[in-house]
Structures are given as structure tokens and as C-alpha cells.
Design a protein around this ligand. Structure first.
Ligand SMILES: [Fe+2]
Ligand SMILES: [Fe+2]
Length: 230
């Protein structure tokens, strides 16, 4: 006896592969805004332990404490700028590999940001009042660099990180003799920044022509002068 056609099992349609939801322009804007707010007003959490570990707090007089706080405020602003730059650059990176490279470096910069913020609190000080401006300016710069193409994008990383390395050396010399906690944080940051530059070079960075490096150095000198006090 044959089964009537209407009672034959109907094959279910094959499930559609679940695609990862692509973010629309509004979602992306919200993600970027959230990152900016977290960086500027939030308390970013480090994914690695603070390099200062349980080193003792130094006995610093008022002037030494003020000087150490000024230097650590500069470094904190530098990390706010790094977040802005990297996220701006990642937003317009062409290759997925370049974007991945930038976001990975930004994750390590978040550790630096958290360590510098912690040290500022230990020194009874505070971050720069102009952090929203530093972030906004750096983000815009990152987008501009990124729009020129991935070679430029990575070249910008190399130049930024090399300049940061040099300035960390200056700070390591200038910190009060006994401030081992700040010093250990800067030492680890210097190691990380050198790696960020090396990785960007390997990933195909182009060498930025003058006057770009000179302009970047001038901008960072201005930032350092302001951030030391405010
Ligand atoms: Fe950093
Ligand atoms: Fe870096």
C-alpha cells in the first residue's frame, strides 16, 4: 500500500549558517563612544599585574611627589592618546590583519593606562583635566593616518612608539631616586612599546617622511608641557 503524498515526511529546510552579526554604522559609533568614555572617565582594568608589585612606597618630600606625579600624569595622557590613536586607526584599517594588530596593541596600552592611573592615585594626584581633548585629538589623528592606507597606519605606530620609548628613557632618568614603583611601571611599558614598534615594522610599516615625525614630536612636547601640571 502506498502512502498518500500529503503524509510523506516533509524535509525541514537546512538551517542557515549563523553569520556573525555585522555592526551597522550606529552600532559602531556606539562602540567607539563607549571606548572613549571608558578611557577618559572610566577605570580601565589591566589584564596583567601591576609591575610595581609589592615594592615599598618611597619616602618622597612634597616637591619630589609633585614631580613624580607630573611625570606619571604625562605618561597617563600618553596612554590616553595611544588608545585614541589605535582605535582611530583600527576604525579605518583596510586589512583585517592590520586591525587585529592595532587592537592587540591597544589592549596592552590599556594595561599601561591602568598602571599609570593607579600610580597617580598612590601619589595623591589625578589624571589630566584635558583627557577628553587628548583622546579626541588623537582619535582624529589616528583616522587621518589610517585613511592613507595600512602602510602609513603601521608607520605611524612605529614612529609613535619609538618617540614614546625615547621619552620613557627621559622619565626613567628624571624620576626621584627612590620612586621604584613608578620606575618599574615605566620599565615594563618601555619593553611593551618597543615590541609594538617591532611588530608594526614586521607587519609592513612604511617610514614616515618629514615633516610628519617632527610635527608629531612637536605635538607631544606641547602635550607634555601641559600635562605635567594640568
Ligand atoms: Fe603604552
Ligand atoms: Fe605602545
Amino acid at each position: 500500500m502506498s502512502t498518500p503524498a500529503s503524509r510523506l515526511p516533509v524535509p525541514l529546510p537546512a538551517p542557515r549558517p549563523r553569520s556573525r552579526r555585522r555592526l551597522g554604522p550606529v552600532d559602531r559609533l556606539l562602540v567607539e563612544a563607549q571606548r572613549a568614555l571608558d578611557t577618559v572617565f572610566g577605570e580601565p582594568a589591566a589584564s596583567r599585574p601591576n609591575p610595581a608589585g609589592d615594592l615599598p612606597q618611597a619616602e618622597l618630600d612634597a616637591a619630589q611627589r609633585r614631580h613624580a606625579a607630573g611625570l606619571m600624569r604625562i605618561n597617563h595622557v600618553g596612554e590616553v592618546c595611544a588608545q585614541g590613536l589605535y582605535y582611530g586607526q583600527a576604525a579605518v584599517a583596510r586589512e583585517e590583519s592590520t586591525r587585529g594588530h592595532l587592537l592587540e596593541a591597544a589592549q596592552e596600552e590599556t594595561d599601561h593606562l591602568a598602571w599609570c592611573a593607579e600610580r597617580l592615585r598612590e601619589l595623591d594626584s589625578r589624571p589630566s583635566l584635558f583627557n577628553p581633548l587628548w583622546y579626541g585629538g588623537s582619535y582624529a589623528l589616528g583616522v587621518l593616518a589610517g585613511l592613507r592606507g595600512d602602510g602609513w597606519n603601521l608607520g605611524f605606530v612605529v614612529e609613535t612608539e619609538r618617540q614614546v620609548e625615547a621619552h620613557l628613557d627621559e622619565h626613567l632618568d628624571s624620576l626621584p631616586e627612590g620612586d621604584a614603583r613608578s620606575r618599574e611601571i615605566l620599565r615594563q611599558m618601555k619593553i611593551d612599546e618597543a615590541r609594538h614598534a617591532d611588530n608594526a615594522e614586521l607587519a609592513g610599516a612604511r617610514v614616515l617622511p618629514q615633516p610628519i615625525p617632527a610635527l608629531m614630536a612637536a605635538a607631544s612636547k606641547f602635550m607634555k608641557t601641559v600635562a605635567y601640571r594640568l
